[in-house]
Design a protein around this ligand. Structure first.
Ligand code: NAP
Length: 539
């Protein structure tokens, strides 16, 4: 990276990679410490995942009033949400408001992708290079790159020959995409597809959904936010936020105490039905304590959803195809929908099973499976992400002794608390692998990580340390713990992106931490109070 004739690199105290929810708040907090900070962002504006995911129907599965920053009581009170679940444009407006309110943009550089982050042990500094060839240096490097920001675009043969238009949900164009009168194919039936399909179906002349694995989905039961309810929640915000912080998944719900097997089938069904009517995350999935740990309990909720699908979808063959059978309920991310299953009752929508008849190639005029060709004017890849490690590996990150992160993690991610990794001093990850992250309300987890990192940097400053590094021993113990907790559940049984199973050759390792955000927070706080136990601090 260094050439003798190149100009000196611009120097900062901290460099943050990414201007999504995590990078924005990280900047705000580091500024509060008086650190000269620069944020680099590949997009042209703030927002991260919400900047890129503009596909039709894109909306957060967490309720607006909980999917928002809690660090500023004024911000919390002044922003008015309009619907139970926020749409992508509404979240983008909110994040723009935050950026303006706290004047974040002046320390952000957009349209700039970080390509290299190399640790220079002699200077105890990170050397950063961006895609425009510029070099920067900083004591701290903070990866706020998101967990689901590296799109997975499967390499279908013939895509370059396709004469229609094609899109990936995670890289949606900023201009309007109009499917009116077109024959559209959607590949995939995960959370993104399940939101997009009902919207595209309303426009397209014909919609073919190419499904490999059916998903469990619950209705969002979205509705306009009642101003009175919004006022009430805002009045009780401190307690509500605190409850979320100490909860299992970052939501202000009471944890279920009963087993699904200790009630009668009638009572169980009533409870599931009430959850279905309430809708969203924290509905049927949070009805009993053992739904993702006990296979028999799991089967009760799986069966409830299967019955719902059969009731909603008129064509029995389509209903059977839409029914998930091969993995336990909730072990792939539960989808939340608005009229997803209902959409298959439209005459212009056809479900195509590409498990039994795989996609063979994209042709100039459509898509061919092993049973025939489908004529298409547009293809939507709703094929997901190289989750959690993908965004980190997209950057050439090298620690002490030039070791690359990708090499170190070749058998799966190895972190201490998902915050740091041995051999990479002064490098922090926000919601990294090994932290609750994607199994939680992301905003709650992001704020916890950012607050922890801020306290840590303040501690280092106050005690005249220049370097912090996770110890190998602490990291090994944490990785073991993350795996042990996952193995107590049914999660490892699914071929999910949590397991890296959606990406060819990715190691099959459960990446997020299942111990719960409240317990995890306590653990992080305890070891910080214990002079950053498990880390080595150097003057
Ligand atoms: P995803 O859940 O990974 O779904 C990808 C879909 O594409 C799956 O159905 C997958 O089938 C299919 N697929 C992938 N490669 C394929 C191939 N070669 N041939 C045929 N099908 C293929 O991705 P996503 O829907 O983008 O969601 C990712 C995550 O983002 C979610 O789980 C969620 O955490 C988050 N998200 C959240 C929201 C929200 O809050 N509202 C919305 C969207 C996304 P297989 O299952 O067989 O692999």
């Amino acid at each position: 990276m260094h050439g003798s004739t190149t100009p000196p690199a611009a120097s900062f105290d901290a460099i943050v990679v990414g201007a999504g929810l995590s990078g924005m708040y990280m900047l705000y907090r580091l500024r509060g410490l008086g650190l000269a900070t620069r944020v680099f962002e590949a997009g042209s504006d703030v927002g991260g995942t919400w900047y890129w995911n503009r596909y039709p129907g894109a909306r957060c599965d967490v309720e607006s009033l909980d999917y928002s920053y809690s660090f500023s009581p004024e911000l919390e009170q002044e922003w008015e949400w309009t619907e139970r679940y926020p749409t992508q444009p509404e979240i983008q407006r909110y994040l723009n408001h935050v950026a303006d309110r706290f004047q974040l943009r002046r320390d952000m550089q957009f349209d700039t992708r970080v390509t290299h982050a190399h640790y220079d042990a002699a200077r105890s500094r990170w050397d950063i290079q961006t895609d425009d060839g510029q070099r920067y240096t900083a004591r701290y490097c903070i990866m706020a790159v998101g967990c689901l920001s590296t799109p997975n675009q499967p390499s279908f043969k013939g895509l370059e020959s396709f004469t229609g238009r094609w899109y990936h949900t995670g890289l949606w164009p900023h201009e309007d995409v109009d499917f009116t009168g077109l024959r559209v194919g959607v590949i995939g039936t995960g959370s993104s597809a399940i939101q997009a399909i009902p919207q595209i179906a309303k426009q397209a002349r014909r919609l073919y959904v190419f499904q490999r694995t059916p998903n469990y989905s619950v209705p969002a039961q979205n509705e306009p936010l009642d101003p009175e309810r919004q006022r009430q929640i805002k009045a009780e915000y401190p307690a509500r936020r605190q409850k979320s912080r100490m909860s299992r998944a970052g939501f202000p719900f009471d944890a279920p105490e009963r087993s699904a097997l200790e009630v009668t089938p009638e009572e169980r069904n009533q409870i599931f039905e009430a959850g279905w009517q309430r809708g969203g995350i924290g509905s049927i999935n949070a009805a009993f304590k053992d739904l993702v740990t006990n296979p028999d309990a799991n089967e009760t909720v799986a069966q409830f959803v299967r019955d719902k699908i059969r009731q909603i979808v008129h064509d029995p063959a389509t209903a059977e195809l839409l029914i998930p059978r091969e993995y336990p309920f909730g072990t792939k991310r539960l989808c939340v929908d608005i009229d997803y299953f209902e959409t298959y009752n439209r005459p212009n929508v056809t479900l195509v099973d590409v498990r039994s008849a795989p996609i063979q190639e994209i042709t100039p005029r459509g898509l061919r499976t092993s049973t025939g060709e489908y004529a298409l004017d547009a293809i939507v890849f709703a094929t997901g992400y190289d989750a959690m490690t993908g965004p980190l590996f997209a950057i050439d990150i090298r620690g002490r002794d030039g070791q690359s992160l990708k090499t170190k993690w070749s058998d799966g991610p190895r972190t201490y608390l998902g915050l740091a990794t041995a051999g990479f001093p002064n490098l922090f990850m926000i919601t990294g692998p090994g932290s609750p992250s994607v199994l939680s309300n992301m905003v709650v987890s992001i704020e916890q990580h950012v607050d922890w990192i801020t306290d840590c940097v303040r501690f280092l400053k106050d005690h005249h340390y220049t370097k912090i590094e996770a110890s190998r021993q602490a990291e090994d113990a944490w990785v073991r713990h993350v795996n042990e907790v996952a193995d107590l559940t049914l999660y490892p049984r699914a071929n999910s992106w949590y397991m890296g199973a959606n990406i060819p050759d990715k190691p099959r390792v459960f990446m997020p931490y299942l111990g719960g955000v409240g317990a995890y927070r306590q653990k992080c706080d305890e070891l910080a109070a214990n002079n950053y136990e498990g880390f080595t601090l150097s003057p």
